[in-house]
Design a protein around this ligand. Sequence first.
Ligand code: NAD
Length: 438
Amino acid sequence: MFVRRIAVIGTGYVGLTTGACLASLGHDVVCADVDADKVKRLSQGEVDILEPGLAELVAEGIAAGRLTFVLGAGAAVKHTELGPEVVFLCVPTPMGVGGVADLSIVESVIEEVRDLLPTGAVVVNKSTVPVGTAERTEELLVRDDVAVVSNPEFLREGSAVYDFLNPDRIVVGGSKQDAAERVAALYAKLGAPTVLTDAPSAELVKYAANCFLAMKLSYVNAVAELCDRLGADITDVTEGMGYDKRIGQAFLNPGPGWGGSCLPKDTSAMLQLADAADFEFRLIRATIDTNTRQRLRMVEKVRLAVTGKRGGSLSHVKIGLLGLTFKAGTDDLRDSPALAVAALLRQAGAELTGYDPALRPGVQHSELAPVRVVADPYEAAEEAEALIVLTEWPEFRSLDWNRLAGAVRKPIVIDTRNLLDPAVARRAGFEWIGVGKH
Ligand code: NAD
């Protein structure tokens, strides 16, 4: 195996995982970030995101001398005398004005490294970027001696290391075949199917995949609504659907709506991409609209359960929230559907106390503003007129529901994830209300 000199720009969920995993595969990796405190902590082996196995890999990489952290993209490129052979861009591409992907950070990094890259280097875009970004990167670099390759990342937060090292596929696209092959070779040990293609196709794979997942979730949420109206059971319906190999069981659980740092921005960016190509992608528009509606629907469920009527007032109604992160297994709050539902409840006048196993009380996050975060689920339940399960943390199943029944003012639990065993909650005296279940 060739040991490559690799620079990774951005040390978030994707960048840090990429850097630590490539170091574990034997490469020499330098990771850069603009956050000086983060760089300092990482240099000492301190990882502050919740990802199983990541801290261990970082520690191993540092100890083996294969993983280093520096401040700024320029420093990463200048880190060794020969310079990096491959530079991965893993910086944020947030939702910009009008829903387009904001590429300003990607572009600023390109500007920063442009004149420092050694001849023969490959710039790899791992950030999720719209079709045409590889071409734009080439234009911005103005370097015929440097290749640009698109290599989208598909890892899931909460299992980032596992997913990186056990990928379903590797997608690499670029106009220079040898550069694309060199990037694909970095993953050769992983034995995953590899799609070698042009850059626009590689860029589109990521959006097409994420939009499909969002569409699947919106679809199942809509089917769950139909179950509510028709008296069918969504768990049985999705089980019956999922055995069909063309459908599969994954992503068939209803919930309070999808969210997280990727699906909302990627569906919006895809819509804008289609608009710019003069194509009205109605399926994605409907996917987003169904999701917005799902959040409102959860609030209506709460309203009906607590007040006994549609349109009843939630003003000064105390509600306990179980789960605030966008899904279980992560501490990421970005675009969390739980917080979207919380914001709607707060707008309706409810007073919210929330507990999440991944959050410490007193944690600062602007999106947490509507919620008083506490350290204990039983404290979240105190005097509540309803409890709402918003994130599918498995430990909520084994809470002491008798103790919770003693803490609340009204024993009502709205289980937006269909997580709990209704029989357990009901035995403790709770009215259990799920999604698409009766
Ligand atoms: P993140 O916010 O967790 O991390 C980004 C990091 O980049 C931060 O540490 C930030 O300080 C750093 N950064 C910002 N500007 C920088 C600069 N100029 N130079 C160096 N570092 C800089 O983001 P993420 O979740 O890792 O996502 C990165 C990209 O990967 C996005 O395009 C995202 O859509 C994509 N992606 C994310 C996931 C995921 O599950 N999070 C999965 C696949 C793809």
